[in-house]
Design a protein around this ligand. Structure first.
Ligand code: NI
Length: 182
């Protein structure tokens, strides 16, 4: 396994639509996935898309741990809000409810910054897993956000291009000024 170099905003690979993976179970895809997971964990990210490691293929890895879910939710309500470490190949997203929710996002390709992004808060996604199996899930909250953020990378989009108010593009060290006390 290897930690891969992460492309930063401005590198052309982040602006191009990625190509479908033709053989999801090929050894080189498994190697890429293993390296992407190691890279994501090393960089303390919640997700990583293949174009971010200079590979223009439709493949993402992500996780939505319980600690990122809205803690005011009851256990049974929280199910769609979390996801284990997931590999998603050739993903598709269906928006189940158009109402948008705002949330702070960061990106390993935009280091040091955070931005307030409004996105649909209820989606279904489909794709293939690392063994070629079909994955289909409903997602809400942070889970829905991280999947949409990662899939945007496959269309050559970074989260600042989704922002409606660029006064909320800030350094992460300043985020305390935007958070209200509980
Ligand atoms: Ni990102």
């Amino acid at each position: 396994m290897a930690i891969l170099k992460i492309a930063r905003m401005g590198h052309p690979v982040l602006s191009l639509p990625a190509k479908p993976v033709t053989d999801p179970t090929a050894p080189e895809i498994r190697r890429l996935v293993n390296d992407m997971v190691e890279t994501m964990i090393d960089a303390n990210g919640a997700g990583l898309a293949a174009p971010q490691v200079h590979v223009p293929l439709r493949l993402v890895v992500f996780q939505a741990p319980d600690g990122r879910a809205d803690q005011s939710l009851a256990d049974e309500e929280r199910f769609d809000h979390t996801a284990p470490l997931t590999v998603l190949i050739n993903p598709e997203i269906e928006i189940l409810a158009p109402e948008k929710e705002g949330g702070w996002e960061g990106c390993l390709s935009v280091p040091g910054l955070r931005g307030w992004v409004e996105r649909p808060g209820h989606i279904r996604y489909r794709g293939l897993g690392i063994n070629g199996e079909t994955i289909e899930r409903v997602a809400r909250g942070f889970h829905a956000r991280v999947v949409q953020h990662e899939c945007d990378h496959l269309e050559g989009r970074l989260y600042p291009s989704r922002m409606e108010d660029l006064s909320r593009l800030i350094f992460e060290s300043e985020i305390r000024h935007f958070q209200t006390a509980p």
